[in-house]
Each structure stands twice: as C-alpha cells, then as structure tokens.
Design a protein around this ligand. Sequence first.
Ligand code: ZN
Length: 92
Amino acid sequence: MALIACPGCAKEFSDEAAICPHCARPMTGSPDAIAAQSPGREWKIVRLIGGLLMVTGVLAWTGNSTDAGMVFLLGCVIYLGGWLGARWMQRS
Ligand SMILES: [Zn+2]
C-alpha cells in the first residue's frame, strides 16, 4: 500500500481507497492509469528541454559565444521534435 495525493484536494491517502476520505472524490483506476490518460506528457518535457536550450543559446549569444548559435539551433530542433511528437501521439 502506498500514499497517493488526491487530484481534488491534494491531501494524501491510501491508494487502495476507492474514494478520497477528505473530499469524497472517486478514484478511477491506479495512478498509472491516471498518468496514461494524459498522453504527450513526456513530449512536454522534450519541449521544455528544447525551450531551455533556446533560452541558453540566446543568453550565450549576447555573451559573444561562437557555439551559442548551435545551442539555439539544437533547442529549436528539439522543441520542434517535441511538438511534432505530441501531435503524432494525439493522432494515433
Ligand atoms: Zn480529496
């Protein structure tokens, strides 16, 4: 048995409970099933990494770094890959 956080009231209780003892929110399936209901979550992380690389590239660019352009370009490619991946996941 493990403790899970209620999506409704954010309080923790046993994952074996059918409803939240704090706010009576019904629990549908395991946390794994809930996670599976939101596809494209990993693609959001990919886009986040791409976005961070783009920001890093832009910041380094102002510092006259020669590799900054490549970092920015890499960030763009990763972000685009995450965006296309999320679209592809939704279609299938
Ligand atoms: Zn609750």
